[in-house]
Each structure stands twice: as C-alpha cells, then as structure tokens.
Design a protein around this ligand. Sequence first.
Ligand code: SF4
Ligand code: SF4
Length: 384
Amino acid sequence: MNDPQQTSITVEVVYRGIFQKTLAQRICRSIVLAARKRGHTGTAFARYGDSPERNGVPAKQFAVVAINDLELEASMAKYEPAVVDVSIAVDDTLVKGVESWAWYGRQPIWKPVRKDGFLLVTSTNTPDEVLAQTDTALRPYTLVIVPGGASFAGLWVFKDDHTDYRCLGALAKVLPDWVRLEDVKALIKEQTKDEGAVQSAQYGYDGATLRPVKAGEGTSGHEVLQFEKPGWTTMRPGIVVDARKPGERNPQYKKYGARTLRPVVNFDTCIKCTMCWLDCPDECFEVTPEGHYEVVYQACIGCGICAQVCPVKDCIVMVDELKFEDNEDKWQFWKKDHDGYNKWFEEKSGVSADPKVRTPAARQEGSGNANPSANPTSASGGDD
Ligand code: SF4
Ligand code: SF4
C-alpha cells in the first residue's frame, strides 16, 4: 500500500474555519507524535492564507513526516504543499469543493491528492453517496470513509467526541509504514489515560471503509470555477477592484463552499417582514416582484441567521447541504410550478409546506443542525 522508496509523506486536514480548527490541530500534531514513536521525524503547521478562518470557511493544516531531518527539511522547502499523500476532510459536505480565503476558485476536494493517494472523509453516508457529490476524478485515488458525522465546536472550545482518534485510526490503516496503529493507541493512552479513547482509534481503523476511485468517477455537476493567476509581466498596474453596480454581485466570488446547511424558504408562509433580508450578514436575499425574499445560493454561507430571525415557524428551514445538487435560486421555480416547489420544499426539509400540517419526526430530521453557527438552539424560526 505504501511506497518503500518514499522518504516523506504529507497529510493535509481540510476543516471548516473556527469550528474545527482545534480538531485539525489535534489531528496534525498527533500524526507527528505517533510517527515519532517509530523513529520518524515531522512537523505540523497551518496554511498562512487561512488566518481569518471565518465561520465555516474551508481552511487547511498539514503534517509532514520524514525518515530523517534532512528529508523533512527538503519537504518543508515547499511552503505550502501542493501535492499530498492523504487529505482528511473532517466534514463530508467539503467534498462539494472548497474555496477559501486567498484561493482561486472552487477546488475539487481531491485536487492536491497524488495519484493513488487517499481521501479520508468523516461521514455517516456510504462511500458511493459521498462520491456522488465529489468532483469527477482526474486520477485514481482511494476514498476512505471514517465513521462518524462532522464534529463542530468553536475556537476556544473543543468537542471531545473522538473524531481525532477515529481519523488517526483510519490513517494508520492506509499509511501503516508511517503511522502505526499501536503507536497511535499508545500516544492516546499516554495523553488521555482513557481506554475509551484508545478504542475509538481502533474503531476508526476497523470501521474505515476503503473505496477505490477510478479516473472519471464522481460528479461533473459542480460549477467549474478556476482562474488564471497573472504573472509579474501580465499583472495590471496597481490594485484594480472592479466596480459593481448596485444590486449586481461579483460573478467571481462565490461563498457557497463555506456551507454545511442551506436555508430553504416556504414562500407560501412568508409574511414579507424583511427580517432575513436585513439580518443576513452576506446580503444574500433578493426581493422578488411580489415582495418575497429569495436566497441567492451562490452567495450564501449557510450561517443560519435568516432561519433564526424569521418570525414564521418553519418558513426558513436549514437543510443538510449534501441533499442539493445545484446552487440555483428557487423563487422562479415556486413561481412557475407552485405545487412542484412545495413538494421539493417538503422533500428537502422534511417539513410540511402547509403550516396546518405538522410532521414532528420529519421536521426534526429536516432541521438536523450540525453547524453551531446555524441556529444553535433551533433550525427554523418562529415561536414554538
Ligand atoms: S444562511 Fe441565511 S443569513 Fe446566512 S448567509 Fe445564507 S441566506 Fe444569509
Ligand atoms: S424573515 Fe421569514 S417571513 Fe420575513 S421576509 Fe424573510 S422569509 Fe419572509
């Protein structure tokens, strides 16, 4: 599984901004500490361009492990690794592509993963379900599902749900020459004195599902958004910020890669109060000719504030991003096909479009809210 000639390996952890920063740090540091137990050397570091790490904006941290200091130094000559052996995505909605601060366009999640490398994704979905939302592969790699959902916490708090231990166990399964399971378990035992934590690493190892992905597999449904970076000779003089007319959006700046949940709107129950439009921090709402407010999904980061401030119960419902294939705005759909839209709303959200009909179980599922930025207490607005 591993190349015996290889003298160093690079692992990246792709995570959602401040909600998973501590988790990413713990994984990267533990990779290095576990590798040191078998005589390797290594270092863990963060990517400079992601310092803002706002809300759920994708960011990266790295662990580089080498057979000796010289090889480590050689690997570190690359300030930011462009090619990695393993990418660990600690939220499965990241497979829809990542676009971060200082990056250039939405990138496929597997972009830096070398040929025959590994993409580890924490998920409760099957490998094929995750692959169905992952960009078409240009080279073969192995998709590895690490059992468990996305773990979200905050900058100064850490949710100790053993996601890091499961990821380390799964990593030991795919890179046994670099990170051994016994070293991972010994490290966790030293750090926590908790047998349950040790068992979580074993669970990650045993429960990790490997799905070889051939070139051509995946979805071509995601928007291609790449940029040519100008060289020194082709740069325009000075800083030029193209002006936008009022109401016009920057076609080159998309924020949907930050989203784990998206708001869906029941236009039938909307009372046109303007609260969502006023409070959305990213100015995502457009007013329709009838005075409704529709979400511009290209711009929405999925923070959930609109659902919190909406005074009408279940008028805006936050729904798992993996349930959607596109970023099309939906008011035209509702306008042209009222019943079809309401059926779509119910299917996606698990909430009845008719406020007189309540489906408590389905509503709970549809409102499932893993993102602490999206409605900490409730996934939908209005009084209970
Ligand atoms: S979830 Fe709502 S408030 Fe947050 S960015 Fe999207 S539309 Fe705006
Ligand atoms: S907050 Fe809710 S009721 Fe008010 S305009 Fe927005 S969607 Fe309609």
